[in-house]
Design a protein around this ligand. Structure first.
Ligand SMILES: [Zn+2]
Length: 246
């Protein structure tokens, strides 16, 4: 059996049988994979620490007939600061669940992994509000997935000055002359247009560096909610649980 070294982050961890765990790991090398951690629930097992969500590092695995098995891990970041803050944990779990939903085995997961890592780092640092981290994460996920809203030109006619009308159904900004053809437009701030353009066009490393006004935050909330309900259309347990808490 060939052992190999993979880099990734644990998205979820479930108990299997009496002593084992089944992990879902988003890896650079193989996209999202299922990995068994045998004996991970035995006391003092070295695999216990790596068998929890957010654990990021290098995993030694071998590939069996139908799944991978982890034999050792070198975790470089557990994101333990998140674990002391319930709200941060829920956002972190939501980011993992969302990533899990959008990624596949044998599809390059590098960009998603980078985004997830930076989003968890932003939650740990607490320099910008969690809700803003969430909207940035959501729009960047859609971008990586090739489903970003068109915010650089009118999505209907391609005019370079897209205006300030957002339509989830049309898939982006709609100009004044096209707005009559579209029913679900909402007016957003110009600053929201720039914010969306920045999120979609910027490198992941630069994403979590800015603040926005209350009004832009509200625009982002509404645009993300409408957009995701149309193009992702999935209820994530972690976020619905959290939204009921607050
Ligand atoms: Zn137009």
């Amino acid at each position: 059996m060939n052992q190999e070294s993979i880099m990734g982050m644990v998205l979820s961890s479930t108990s299997v049988g009496e002593y084992d765990k089944r992990l879902v790991i988003l890896t650079k090398e193989h996209g999202k994979i299922a990995v068994f951690a045998k004996g991970a629930r035995r006391p003092n097992c070295a695999l216990l620490a790596c068998s929890q969500p957010f654990a990021f590092g290098t995993f030694q695995v071998y590939q069996g007939k139908s799944s991978y098995t982890v034999v050792a891990a070198d975790i470089t970041n557990y994101f333990e600061t998140l674990r002391t803050d319930l709200e941060a944990i829920y956002y972190g779990m939501y980011f993992c669940e969302f990533t899990d939903y959008l990624t596949r085995e044998n599809v390059d997961g590098t960009e998603f992994l980078k985004l997830l890592y930076q989003s968890l780092r932003a939650l740990s640092k607490k320099t910008i509000p969690y809700t803003l981290i969430r909207y940035i994460f959501e729009f960047k996920c859609m971008t990586i997935n090739g489903e970003a809203p068109q915010v650089f030109e009118c999505v209907k006619c391609g005019k370079g000055e897209p205006g300030i009308l957002f339509s989830a159904k049309a898939g982006g900004l709609v100009c004044e002359s096209c707005k009559g053809q579209i029913k679900d437009t909402i007016e957003i701030d110009e600053a929201t247009v720039y914010t969306l353009q920045f999120i979609i066009a910027s490198n992941i490393e630069k994403l979590f560096t800015f603040h926005v006004s209350e009004s832009v935050m509200e625009n982002l909330r509404v645009c993300a909610a409408r957009y995701l309900s149309l193009y992702v259309g999935h209820t994530f347990h972690s976020i619905s649980f959290m939204e009921n808490l607050y």
